[in-house]
Design a protein around this ligand. Sequence first.
Ligand code: ADP
Ligand code: ADP
Ligand code: ZN
Length: 217
Amino acid sequence: MRLLIMGPPGAGKGTQAEIITKKLGIPHISTGDMFRKAIKDGTAMGKKAKAYIDAGQLVPDDVTVGIVKERLSEADCAEGFLLDGFPRTVPQAEALDDILNELGVKLDKVISLEVPQEIILHRLTGRRICKGCGSSYHISNNPPKVAGKCDKCGGELMQRTDDTEETVASRLRVYEQQTAPLINFYESHHIICHIKGDQPIEQVLQRIGNCLGRDLA
Ligand code: ADP
Ligand code: ADP
Ligand code: ZN
């Protein structure tokens, strides 16, 4: 399946994407994770991206589209993939259409996770991610089995540098202005599932499964 998951920061995209891709055996392509890896590796692209990310701004479209195009051309994407956090602007969505046309494939579904703003701040300030594998936890909603340690790889958990109250406010504005219009873009393609994201992780997963016609439990 070729899937895309979208929603505001903290909607639960990464959490759901991790479970769905494991279950369906397709790669999880998160532009946020790709940028964080580039920053950790100290690449030139990472250095450029970090300034935008820490300011709560979007990384420029040309950089972002370039890395996605490269990634989607890799062999493991031939049978399907899940894009998480891309596209985030209308020009990115148009570029994605072009990339998919070139590859001769189409998106099967777009999952739109919908969560009210008042819940988002609590989710993002309580979010912790694994230094090793990037898995996302929440100090109260989705805690690891051992405090401060990743269930999957034992790595140390940390707070993202962009999950501060100040940066979150900017990210939410950017979402409303630049990313929310994509819901209409995909609405006109008739492939969007609207999923209520402010319910327990398992229930959100089940609703996504219903929309995809797959048992994800
Ligand atoms: P969240 O999980 O909070 O939605 P991500 O991990 O997806 O955040 O992204 C973190 C940051 O990386 C974004 O705030 C933005 O600066 C940058 N980023 C990620 N994806 C994109 C994209 N498609 N276009 C531009 N910038 C992006
Ligand atoms: P996104 O990738 O959309 O930014 P994440 O998947 O990282 O969002 O989730 C943001 C935070 O909210 C994390 O701390 C995560 O553990 C928590 N979370 C995810 N889904 C839910 C849910 N359904 N209910 C409560 N908390 C959730
Ligand atoms: Zn880990």
